[in-house]
Ligand binder design. Structure first.
Ligand code: GLC
Ligand code: CA
Length: 552
C-alpha cells in the first residue's frame, strides 16, 4: 500500500489522556483542559497526532465522566467550552487532532433525557431508556443487578454498568437521532476522531417476549445477553453515514467481544468503524474477567498469535487498520501486566515500547506509559477510587478468597493504576497540581517523571521519542506488511515489516534471559535502533529491543 494512500491517522501516534489526572492548571487538584493545552509541546515531541480525551462533558462523576449528564457542555471541573475550543485550535496548530470519547450506550441518571423518561410511562421520552415491570436476573458489569427500581415511574430500568448509568434505548429512532446530533456537534467543531465507548452493547435483545431469558451464569450475564446483538451493525452503519462519511476523521470502537474472524464486519471500507480495540491480548491472563484473584498463566507464543490473527484478517480488508495498545484507563500498567514480577522496569518498559511502536497500525499510548509507569499497590481497598475495583474485591471475598488475596487481585488489575496523576517533575505533587491531587500520586514520582527522564539519555521517555522519530523516517514501519517471523519462540517477539523498498526486522527479547536467534535473519541489514545501544547480531540481552533495516 503506497504511503500517500494512508490517512493522517494511520501515520501518526495516538495518545490517551485521562483528563482528571493529566495536568491541573488552577490548583484545585483536578486535571483540566487548560492543563492539557499547556503541555501540547510535550505531546508534539512524542510524535502524537491524535489526542483521545476521556469524557470531559458535564457529569456527576459516578464513573469518572463515563456517566454523561450533558453532552453539549464541558464539566466545570475541567473548564469551559471556550477552553475546549482553545485546546482544539492550539492542538491543530501543532498538527494534533482531538479525539472525543462518545459514551452512547448509556447516559448519567442526571441527564435531562433520563430525568424526563422517569417521570411517567407516557411522556415524550418515556421509551428513550429500557424500562420493565419484570426484571431478569442479569448482573451488571460493575456488580449487582443490572436493573434498578425507579420509585417515580414505578418500573425497573436497565443499566449495563452502574445504576447511575441507565442504558439508552437505541431501538427508538429518536434516540439514534439524538446521539447522531451530539456526534455531529463535536465533528463540526473539527475534532479528528471518536472513540466509541462500550459500543457493542447498544442493541438489546427482545427481552420481554416469551418470558425472556434469565442467564445461566449470573456473573457476566449482561455481557453475554447483550453483546453484538443482531441488528447492531444497522445502527452503526446509520451512524457512520450520518456522521462520519465525507469527513476527514476516524472512529475507533471499544470492542470487548469482537473476534479476529469477525473483523471484516467491523473495520475497513465495509466495516462500521475504522478501527476497533480488541481485548484478547489484554485479557490473556484473566480466565473470564469475573475475578481478579484468579489468574491464568500464558506463554509468549500464545500472546503473539493473538496479534497475528488480527493482523492477518485486517491485512485482507480494504482500508482495514489496527489500533495497537498495551494500556488504557481500564487496565493495568503494561510493565506490571505483561512482564514477570521482578523484570527490570526501564528495560522492560523499553521492550514493550518497541512492540507498541513497530506493530502495524496506529499506536495508542496511555499517559505515563511513555515514562514507564507501573501499578500502584495501596494497602486497603478503601484507598481505591475505582468502582470496578471495589466490586471485584467484594466478589473475590464472596467466593471465599482472603482479604489479602482479594487485594492482590486489585493490585494487579485495578483501573486506578492507569489513572494516577501524571508525574511531570520531582517537586511536590509531581508538578501535576499546586494542591493535593484528587487521587494519590505514585510514590515513585521523584525518579519516574517527565523532567528527570528528559535529561536521561537512557530513559524510557527518550526511547519513545527515538521510536516515534524512527517511524517518521522509515516508511515500512508505517505502511509495511506485518509478519511474525518467529511465532514459536518463547523469548523473542520478532516482527518483519516490509514495503516495496525496505524491510525492517524488529527483535524484542521479552524474557529475563539472554536470547539467541539465527543471525542470517538480519545478515544484510543495518541496525537503525537499539534499546541497549549497538547490538550483537544473533543475540539479545534480557529485554533488549533492536531494529534492523535493509533495502530490497
Ligand atoms: C468503558 C470505559 C470505562 C467505563 C465503561 C462504562 O469500558 O472505557 O472506563 O467505565 O465503559 O462507560
Ligand atoms: Ca483543575
Amino acid at each position: 500500500m503506497p504511503d500517500n494512500k494512508l490517512h493522517w491517522w494511520q501515520k501518526t501516534i495516538a495518545y490517551e489522556i485521562y483528563v482528571k489526572s493529566f495536568k491541573d492548571s488552577n490548583g484545585d487538584g483536578i486535571g483540566d483542559l487548560k492543563g492539557i493545552t499547556s503541555e501540547l509541546d510535550y505531546l508534539k515531541k512524542l510524535g502524537v497526532g491524535a489526542l483521545w480525551l476521556t469524557p470531559c462533558y458535564v457529569s456527576p462523576q459516578a464513573d469518572n465522566g463515563y456517566d454523561v449528564a450533558d453532552y453539549y457542555n464541558i464539566d466545570p471541573a475541567y473548564g469551559t467550552m471556550a477552553d475546549m475550543d482553545e485546546l482544539i485550535a492550539e492542538a491543530k496548530k501543532r498538527d494534533i487532532r482531538i479525539v472525543m470519547d462518545l459514551v452512547f450506550n448509556h447516559t448519567s441518571c442526571e441527564n435531562a433525557w433520563f430525568k424526563e423518561s422517569r417521570q411517567s410511562r407516557d411522556n415524550d421520552k418515556s421509551d428513550w431508556y429500557i424500562w420493565t415491570d419484570k426484571p431478569t436476573n442479569w448482573r451488571s458489569i460493575f456488580g449487582g443487578s443490572a436493573w434498578t427500581y425507579d420509585e417515580k415511574r414505578g418500573q425497573y430500568y436497565l443499566h449495563t454498568f452502574l445504576k447511575e448509568q441507565p442504558d439508552l434505548n437505541w431501538k427508538n429512532p429518536k434516540v439514534r437521532q439524538a446521539v447522531i446530533d451530539v456526534a455531529n456537534f463535536w465533528a463540526d467543531k473539527g475534532v479528528g476522531g471518536f472513540r466509541m465507548d462500550a459500543v457493542l452493547y447498544i442493541r438489546k435483545p427482545e427481552v420481554f417476549k416469551d418470558g425472556k431469558p434469565d442467564a445461566q451464569d449470573d456473573m457476566v450475564a449482561i455481557h453475554n445477553m447483550t453483546v453484538k446483538q443482531d441488528g447492531i451493525l444497522d445502527y452503526l452503519n446509520e451512524f457512520k453515514t450520518k456522521v462520519i462519511s465525507g469527513r476527514d476523521m476516524f472512529t475507533v470502537g471499544e470492542a470487548n467481544g469482537v473476534t479476529a474472524a469477525e473483523l471484516p464486519q467491523w473495520v475497513g471500507k465495509d466495516g462500521v468503524f475504522d478501527m476497533v480495540f480488541e481485548f484478547s491480548h489484554t485479557q490473556i491472563d484473566l480466565p473470564d474477567e469475573k475475578n481478579w484473584s484468579r489468574r491464568r498463566s500464558w506463554t509468549l507464543p500464545q500472546w503473539k498469535s493473538l496479534f497475528s490473527q488480527s493482523q492477518k484478517q485486517i491485512e485482507k480488508l480494504s482500508n482495514g487498520w489496527y489500533p495497537m495498545y498495551l494500556e488504557n484507563h481500564d487496565i493495568a500498567r503494561s510493565v506490571s501486566h505483561f512482564l514477570p514480577d521482578g523484570a527490570p522496569r526501564v528495560q522492560g518498559a523499553k521492550a514493550l515500547a518497541a512492540l507498541l511502536l513497530t506493530m502495524r497500525g496506529t499506536p495508542f499510548v496511555m499517559q505515563g506509559e511513555e515514562l514507564g509507569f507501573v501499578n500502584v499497590a495501596w494497602p486497603s481497598i478503601d484507598d481505591y477510587d475505582d468502582c470496578y475495583s471495589k466490586s471485584h474485591y467484594e466478589f473475590a471475598i464472596s467466593e471465599g478468597y482472603s482479604k489479602e488475596e482479594a487485594l492482590e487481585g486489585v493490585h494487579r488489575f485495578s483501573r486506578d493504576s492507569a489513572r494516577t496523576p501524571m508525574q511531570w517533575n520531582g517537586t511536590k505533587n509531581a508538578g501535576f497540581s499546586s494542591s493535593k491531587p484528587w487521587m494519590p500520586i505514585h510514590d515513585d514520582y521523584k525518579t519516574f517523571n517527565a523532567e528527570a527522564e528528559k535529561n536521561d539519555p537512557e530513559s524510557v521517555l527518550n526511547w519513545y521519542i527515538a521510536l516515534a522519530k524512527l517511524r517518521k523516517e522509515h516508511s515500512e514501519l508505517i505502511d509495511g506488511d506485518y509478519v511474525d517471523i518467529m511465532p514459536y519462540d518463547e523469548q523473542i517477539f520478532a516482527i518483519r515489516r516490509e514495503n516495496k523498498e525496505k524491510k525492517a526486522t524488529i527483535l524484542i527479547n521479552l524474557s529475563s534471559q539472554t536470547a539467541f536467534y539465527d543471525e542470517n535473519l538480519v545478515k544484510n541489514a543495518v541496525q537503525i535502533a537499539g534499546s541497549d545501544g549497538m547490538s550483537t547480531k544473533g543475540k539479545l540481552s534480557p529485554y533488549e529491543a533492536v531494529v534492523f533495516e535493509e533495502c530490497i
